[in-house]
Design a protein. Structure first.
Length: 130
């Protein structure tokens, strides 16, 4: 869903230079149960992303999950939050998460993103589920 919306916009844009997709850095996987593209998530965020995947996929029909922001860059630090985009079929009690977590995160959905954020997720984000 996210890919379709952004692909249509990029196809119409003739300034492809502005849409250069940077090469993603690969890091050591530091968790026992890695997820899709785990090596593209900064090591101190891998456990957090695993927890979010497990929590959200257990409470809904998770179609896709993307991580973006500092969690996929070298500027990530111990206090960085985890920014995720989630495309899910259903929500439990209007909420995608079943439990609290001991770290900060922002969850974005198709209803909460605009075109600019969708482009950022597609160009700089990492698909970790789906």
């Amino acid at each position: 869903m996210l890919e379709t919306a952004v692909d249509a916009h990029l196809a119409a844009d003739t300034t492809s230079e502005r849409h250069h997709i940077p090469k993603k850095t690969r890091w050591k996987v530091c968790i026992d149960d890695p997820f899709q593209n785990c090596d593209l998530i900064y090591p101190i965020q891998q456990r957090k992303v695993r927890e979010l995947i497990d929590d959200i996929s257990g409470s809904s029909t998770l179609k896709e999950m993307w991580v973006f922001g500092s969690s996929v860059t070298e500027s990530c630090h111990i206090g960085s939050d985890v920014d995720v985009f989630v495309d899910a079929e259903t929500e439990v009690n209007g909420n995608l998460l079943n439990r609290t977590h001991d770290f900060e995160y922002d969850v974005w959905t198709p209803a909460t993103i605009d075109e600019r954020l969708a482009k950022e997720i597609m160009s700089k984000g990492v698909k970790v589920y789906g």
